[in-house]
Design a protein around this ligand. Structure first.
Ligand code: SAM
Ligand code: SF4
Length: 364
């Protein structure tokens, strides 16, 4: 069954510029968010555990070709300390994100995950790129709960142009997302808005694909040019008509977030750091008021923070975990919402809803 707007309606909203009419989209997204996931804003402590990467994505500052970037990899003690900080702040989830770094040895990370699951009341989310199915299965067995892997764009040709394969191994992030769900992970994905070469039609397809994949988490942020990348330096051209190019504006991100809430009413949708980067004043709050229900405070040790430079002038680059925590909690309260308790997983909500409706759990 199709939920929410069809593709023609999605396209119509993406092209809508009238602020009065857009108020109706914001209202519908906010109401859908309230009905399906409530007023809680779930906090996921983000730990950027390594900035090494073997890939050469044309958009990302961590790409292997960026020799100007000093590289780091956190050790087990540093990772565990950051996880304890998440516990101290009352977050229900810790998110380990990195470049695709094979220096992160799968068995060692599995030990860290087991340690966290034994000792801390945390859900563990991983976002470590296109690791092998063996690695993904090992981490799931160790207790990892969720995996984030953005498909970036559903336009296959554009994806191949901006995300070159490693050697002769083809990349199929959409197939990987399906497999992650089979392993029992909650699966998260997402896209960048305004990638050079992204058309309105392909962004509408992306949003329709969120619905089809039945994703648990969906992250959407603007494409932000990084001068040390082919796309950021304008070295890559993608020939589409000017009026077909999706702009990488704040407004376009809100439209994509709001439409995503309409097609996946009970998904966890963050107000992303990239959104906060292009509107440091209140981008996050507006994201929360237009469909989002998650914040990701940064718990990466300060000495590494600036080195995880996916794009320039990233929000919160100089703030300690404590400062980030205070700032985000205050922003949540200022708009009349409250910080969520517990892990805040989509599956937990589905099980709770099924139990209260007296349904068999095998139907969830
Ligand atoms: N390496 C893993 C991966 O690619 O899935 C996880 C880390 S990667 C830095 C996380 C996300 O950052 C990517 O999925 C991409 O959407 C986003 N990103 C990378 N470069 C960006 C840019 N220039 N502007 C906005 N977002 C960007
Ligand atoms: Fe590496 Fe991920 Fe950046 Fe691509 S987006 S270069 S895989 S960190």
């Amino acid at each position: 069954m199709n939920i929410g707007p069809d593709k023609a309606e999605i396209l119509g909203w993406l092209r809508e510029e009238n602020p009065e009419r857009l108020k109706e989209l914001w209202r519908r997204a906010d109401e859908t968010r309230r009905q399906h996931v409530g007023d809680a804003v779930h906090l996921r402590g983000l730990v950027e555990i390594s900035n090494h990467c073997v890939r050469r994505c044309a958009y990302c500052g961590l790409r292997a070709g960026n020799c100007a970037l000093a590289r780091y990899r956190m050790n087990a003690d540093e990772i565990l300390q950051a996880a304890w900080q998440a516990v101290k702040f009352g977050y229900g989830t810790v998110v380990f994100q990195a470049g695709e770094d094979y220096g992160i040895i799968a068995s060692r990370l599995a030990d860290i995950i087991r340690n966290i699951k034994d000792e801390m009341p945390l859900a563990v989310t991983l976002s470590l790129g296109e690791r092998s199915y063996d690695d993904l299965a090992m981490w799931r067995d160790a207790g990892a709960d969720r995996y984030l892997l953005r498909f970036e764009t559903s336009d296959r040709a554009l994806f191949e142009a901006i995300h070159p394969p490693l050697g002769d191994q083809p990349c199929d992030r959409i197939a990987m997302l399906r497999r992650l769900k089979e392993f029992g992970y909650e699966a998260g994905s997402g896209v960048m808005v305004g990638i050079p070469g992204q058309t309105y039609a392909s962004l509408a397809d992306d949003i329709a694909l969120f619905r089809e994949l039945d994703l648990d988490m969906i992250g959407i942020g603007p494409f932000i040019p990084h001068p040390a990348t082919p796309l950021g330096a304008g070295r890559e051209e993608h020939s589409i008509a000017g009026q077909e190019q999706v702009p990488n504006t704040e407004l376009m991100v809100y439209k994509a977030v709001a439409l995503t809430r309409l097609v996946r009413p009970d998904a966890n949708i963050p107000a992303t750091t990239a959104l906060a980067t292009i509107n440091k004043k209140n981008g996050r709050e507006l994201g929360l008021q237009r469909g989002a229900n998650v914040f990701m405070p940064n718990l990466t040790p300060l000495k590494y923070r600036a080195l995880y430079e996916i794009y320039p002038a990233k929000a919160c680059i100089g703030e300690t975990g404590t400062a980030c925590n205070h700032c985000l909690t205050a922003r949540i309260e200022m708009i009349g919402r409250h910080a969520g308790q517990g892990a805040g997983g989509r599956r937990d909500r589905q099980i709770a809803a099924a139990l209260s409706a007296g349904k068999e759990l095998c139907h969830v």
